[in-house]
Design a binder for this molecule. Structure first.
Ligand code: AP5
Length: 251
C-alpha cells in the first residue's frame, strides 16, 4: 500500500518516496523526464464495490506520481466532519445508493481545478453513471484534456462479498485492510480501524445491484465514445493485480 495523504480538496497526494514519481509503469526506475510521459494523464477506475479500486488506485497514483481522487473518501470524510455535503450524502451512502449526480459533479470539478491535479489524476469511483461520464468529459474539454484510459476491475460478486466481509478501514486515512480487527491502530497513520456502515450485508447487496444497473452501462458509454477501456482481472494477489494494471500503461 502506497502512502497517500488526503487533502481538504479530496485529492490524495502520493508520497513520491513511496513508489517514486519517477518510477515507470512497469515498476522500473525511469530516466529523468519520465514524468512528462504521464503529464495530464486522466485514469478512470471502474468496478464493483470491493473490487480493489482503492487499493490499486493508491499504488497506481504512487507509481505514476499523480494524485488519486476518490469520491467515496471525500464523502466519508464529509460525513465524519458533519459538513453540509456529508449531511446530504449520508443517507444515500448508508443505504448503498448513489449520491445524486450534481453533488458528484461538484466534487469532481473542484478536484480537477486543484493545482495538484494539473499533471493528471487517478479517478477512483468518481464515475458511476452515464451523466457523470458526460459531466467529466465536459469538464475535461474545458480544461483541454481527455480521459486517457478507463480501467474496469472484473471480479465475481461472491469474491467481493467475501472481501468486504473481511474489510476494516482506517477512520482517519481511509486505507482498507483485510485481517485487521476493528479498534486496532492503522499501521499507516495510527488512526482507529472501523467497519464501514455500508459494508453490512443489506447495503452491500444494494451497492452491487446499483453497480450492475447504473455503473456497468458506463463501460459501454466509454467504448462508444472512443475512449480506451481495459478490463483488469481483479482476482489474484494485490501484486498480481498491480502488474496487470501497470501493463495497461505499457503499450
Ligand atoms: P466507495 O468508497 O468508492 O465504495 P465502492 O465503490 O463500493 O468501493 P469500495 O471502497 O467498497 O471497494 P474498492 O473497489 O475500493 O476495494 P478496496 O480496495 O477497498 O463509495 C462509497 C459510496 O459513496 C457509494 O456506495 C456511494 O453511495 C457514494 N459514492 C461514491 N462515489 C460516488 C459517485 N461517483 N456517484 C454517486 N455516489 C458515489 O478492496 C476491498 C477489500 O479487498 C479491502 O479489504 C482490501 O484490502 C481487499 N483487497 C484489495 N485487493 C485485494 C486482492 N487482490 N486480493 C484480496 N483482497 C484484496
Amino acid at each position: 500500500m502506497a502512502d497517500a495523504a488526503p487533502t481538504a480538496g479530496g485529492v490524495a497526494r502520493p508520497t513520491m518516496a513511496a513508489a517514486g514519481a519517477n518510477t515507470s509503469p512497469a515498476g522500473q526506475s525511469a530516466p529523468a523526464g519520465r514524468a512528462a510521459d504521464v503529464e495530464r494523464t486522466i485514469v478512470v477506475l471502474l468496478g464493483p464495490p470491493g473490487a480493489g479500486k482503492g487499493t490499486q488506485g493508491e499504488q497506481l497514483a504512487a507509481a505514476l506520481g499523480i494524485p488519486k481522487v476518490a469520491t467515496g473518501d471525500v464523502l466519508r470524510a464529509a460525513v465524519r466532519d458533519g459538513t453540509s455535503l456529508g449531511q446530504e450524502a449520508q443517507a444515500f451512502m448508508e443505504r448503498g445508493d448513489l449520491v445524486p449526480d450534481p453533488v458528484i459533479l461538484g466534487i469532481m470539478k473542484e478536484a480537477l481545478s486543484q493545482p495538484a491535479t494539473v499533471r493528471g489524476a487517478i479517478l477512483d469511483g468518481v464515475i458511476r453513471t452515464v451523466p457523470q461520464a458526460e459531466g467529466l468529459q465536459a469538464v475535461l474539454e474545458q480544461l483541454g484534456r481527455v480521459t486517457t484510459v478507463v480501467l474496469v476491475f472484473a471480479i465475481d460478486d461472491d469474491v467481493l462479498v467475501r472481501r468486504i466481509s473481511e474489510r476494516t478501514v482506517c477512520e482517519a486515512c481511509q486505507t482498507p485492510y483485510t485481517g485487521h480487527h476493528t479498534g486496532t491502530a492503522c499501521p499507516k497513520c495510527g488512526g482507529r480501524l472501523v467497519r464501514r456502515s455500508d459494508d453490512e450485508p443489506t447495503a452491500v447487496r444494494q451497492r452491487l445491484a446499483v453497480y450492475h444497473a447504473q455503473t456497468a452501462p458506463v463501460i459501454t458509454w466509454y467504448k462508444t465514445h472512443g475512449v480506451r477501456v481495459v478490463s483488469i482481472d481483479a482476482v489474484g494477489t494485490r501484486a498480481e493485480v498491480q502488474a496487470r494494471v501497470l501493463r495497461a500503461f505499457s503499450r
